[in-house]
Design a protein. Structure first.
Length: 254
């Protein structure tokens, strides 16, 4: 049985509900710049994946479908029916799953920097990364991950942001990273795309190696979704292009 997701809530309970989905190897703290704005207008619900942030490995999910079931069960437990959703990377993949499986409940969807399927050639690097983490811990990949998440000029000019993200990565447990990374490795939403009908905004980064802009443009065409291409920007667009990201998503969610 899937355990209900445990949410951390900010904002008024009388406001529309906005759920935020994190990237792999981060915590709900990744949304701090946006929560400062959105909690004035929404009841913002955040969470950590198993083994990430402050979450234990209890009830760890092994598929994106299980993650979506956990979120749905958590919303049910709080008596929440309709909601908006913003997700980045793995959080964006989770958003696609929610849009496909609970379409009547999802009012608007934002998917940032997320693949909608992995080509066979892209699965091998994930298997190698998981094996390294299981052997040497997440600290062993922290620097390389930051270098994929942010462009080099941004890291040089915003060392505090880079350090914050690195601390989230290094603070992820081996088991938590391996479980969530396996979900990313195995995703394939191509059969589900026709069932996604809610208004959707896609956001990509010009320098994103994990979810290339061309891949997200392809997804936008398949979904007939809006597509915001940010440049220069790598994977964690809500930090690297904080102002533009926050403004565009805020406008879309209204």
């Amino acid at each position: 049985m899937t355990m209900p997701m445990k949410f951390h809530t900010q904002g008024s309970s009388d406001s529309p509900v906005l759920v935020l989905g994190n990237s792999l190897a981060s915590s709900m703290a990744m949304w701090a710049p946006q929560i400062a704005v959105w909690r004035e207008h929404y009841q913002v619900l955040c969470f950590d994946y198993a083994g990430h942030g402050q979450a234990s490995m209890d009830g760890a999910c092994t598929t994106v479908a299980e993650l979506a079931d956990s979120v749905r069960a958590g919303l049910d437990a709080q008596g929440i029916d309709r909601f908006r959703y913003v997700g980045l990377s793995l959080g964006g993949m989770l958003g696609l799953q929610l849009a496909a499986t609970v379409p009547a409940r999802l009012q608007k969807l934002v998917v940032a920097n997320a693949k909608y399927y992995q080509a066979d050639a892209d699965r091998q690097p994930w298997m190698e990364r998981i094996a390294k983490v299981e052997l040497d811990g997440v600290e062993s990949i922290a620097d390389a991950t930051v270098a994929r998440w942010l462009t080099a000029p941004f890291i040089a000019s915003h060392p505090q942001t880079a350090a914050l993200l690195r601390s989230m990565i290094a603070g992820t447990s081996r088991q938590g990273y391996a479980a969530a990374a396996a979900i990313v490795r195995d995703i394939d939403f191509r059969p589900l795309l026709p069932s996604i009908t809610c208004p959707t905004l896609l956001i990509s980064g010009s320098d994103d190696m994990a979810a290339p802009a061309a891949h997200m443009a392809e997804l936008a065409a398949a979904m007939q979704a809006q597509h915001l291409a940010l440049s220069p920007c790598a994977h964690i667009s809500n930090h690297e292009c904080e102002a533009e990201f926050t403004a565009a998503v805020s406008d879309f969610l209204r």
